[in-house]
Write a protein that binds this ligand. Structure first.
Ligand SMILES: NC(=O)c1ccc[n+]([C@@H]2O[C@H](COP(=O)([O-])OP(=O)(O)OC[C@H]3O[C@@H](n4cnc5c(N)ncnc54)[C@H](OP(=O)(O)O)[C@@H]3O)[C@@H](O)[C@H]2O)c1
Length: 385
């Protein structure tokens, strides 16, 4: 039996992880859950999986939860410290890191410092602190297995390869809901349209990032750290069918690809069972029904955040922290209907273009740049609304 803790258990990745664990209950046991504010769903998860510890974002929710579950021997904690406690639980073997945004960074790093196997979905952690996470993982013997389908694909392609033999890595993108939308019609996109992703059912923040293609920009930076690649080795291709998750071109001209059904439970299960594989209840991929697998170049004029993310990838330093912070703030403003869809990229571009690069060596440096950039973005947003 392997013990698992899930950070972000009430989210899309969290729920899919619990579904996989439920099917593989001969092998996995849930010992810890960390959630944000959805106490109702956490209640149901506690009844079903009986963890030893849970954490909620807010103290008042934790207090109420504790009162409600006082007959059970369950520890209830809260906040970033609480999520860190769940992440570093002594008797836990695997941590699924699936809190959204930079809020996932401290708990992810706590899991890394405890030397766990980490199924990493929280890409923002790798974007803002990839160098720190990789160095800490080496120091404490933690193993990081990507959950993002594209990175899981690269990881699987590279399983028997050496990184020195890789010429380039291509991450695919579905293209999101606006792949076929005319450039001049982008301004009038509604929140509802942007949340209606054609292929993946995900949390709101990552769904909007997929609509602006910022998600792919963040994934380029994530891949740079996960696989120790140089920026020029990373490319993206639009692949509307979302069947080929990534391609790895080797120096000898061979191109390796990973294909699977469009369902996050495939990469989640792979990360949890790695280095083994278990039977999946997923239907087999039937390529004769899908028929065509298409690939297109991304339109960087229509989706300018791709170009900006590539600039940030090449510059490094504090730029990835700045682009992530301004994007989180701008997406939140769009989700609250305070700005238009195209203003997300306008605002992020303005903030990043005015950013003064500096070195970010530790968590304090990262959170300092994060705070400053959010403040600048909020001021810019105020001017616009
Ligand atoms: N969904 C996908 O298919 C997918 C694919 C690849 C990568 N990812 C990445 O995985 C991460 C999670 O995505 P998602 O789609 O699962 O997002 P989501 O559905 O919005 O779920 C986010 C989870 O984080 C929790 N949370 C938010 N703020 C928190 C805080 N301050 N403290 C503790 N918990 C907090 C939420 O709790 P409450 O809901 O209880 O408030 C929820 O459980 C993101 O980084 C995303 O980019 C997602």
């Amino acid at each position: 039996m392997e013990n698992i803790a899930i950070l972000g258990s009430t989210g899309s990745i969290g729920c899919n992880s619990l579904d996989v664990i439920n099917k593989l209950n001969h092998r996995f046991k849930v010992v810890g859950l960390a959630a944000g504010r959805n106490t109702k769903l956490l209640d149901e998860q506690v009844e079903k999986f009986r963890p030893e510890i849970v954490s909620l974002e807010r103290e008042e929710d934790a207090e109420e939860f504790r009162r409600k579950h006082k007959s059970k021997s369950i520890q209830v904690t809260f906040g970033q410290d609480g999520a860190e406690e769940v992440a570093s639980l002594k008797n836990c073997d695997i941590v699924v890191s699936a809190i959204t945004g930079i809020n996932g960074l401290r708990p992810t790093l706590a899991a890394v410092k405890s030397g766990k196997k980490i199924a990493l979905a929280n890409k923002e952690s790798m974007v803002v602190a990839g160098h720190l996470i990789k160095a800490t993982a080496r120091e404490y013997g933690a193993v990081i297995i990507p959950v993002d389908s594209e990175h899981s694909g690269v990881f699987q392609c590279l399983a028997k390869e050496q990184i020195k033999d890789v010429r380039k890595v291509i991450l695919t993108a579905s293209g999101g809901p606006f792949f076929e939308r005319a450039h001049q019609e982008m301004e009038n996109i509604s929140l509802e349209e942007a949340l209606n992703h054609p292929r993946w059912k995900m949390g709101k923040k990552v769904t909007i990032d997929s609509a602006t293609l910022m998600n792919k920009g963040l994934e380029l930076i994530e891949a740079r750290w996960l696989f120790d690649l140089e920026p020029h080795q990373l490319e993206i291709l639009i692949h509307p069918q979302s069947i080929v998750h990534s391609l790895v071109e080797m120096h000898d001209g061979s191109v390796l690809a990973q294909l699977s059904p469009t369902d996050m439970r495939v990469p989640i299960q792979y990360a949890l069972t790695y280095p083994e594989r278990e039977d999946s209840l997923m239907p087999s991929l039937d390529l004769s029904k899908i028929k065509a697998l298409e690939f297109f170049e991304a339109d960087v004029e229509k989706f300018p955040l791709i170009k900006l993310a590539r600039f940030v990838l090449e510059e490094g330093g504090s730029y990835p922290v700045a682009i992530n912070a301004s994007n989180e703030a701008a997406v939140s403003a769009f989700l609250n209907k305070r700005i238009k869809f195209t203003e997300i990229s306008d605002v992020v571009a303005e903030v990043v273009e005015n950013h003064q690069k500096r070195e970010v060596e530790n968590l304090e440096d990262i959170f300092c740049v994060d705070r400053e950039t959010r403040e600048k973005t909020r001021n810019l947003l105020k001017e616009r609304t």
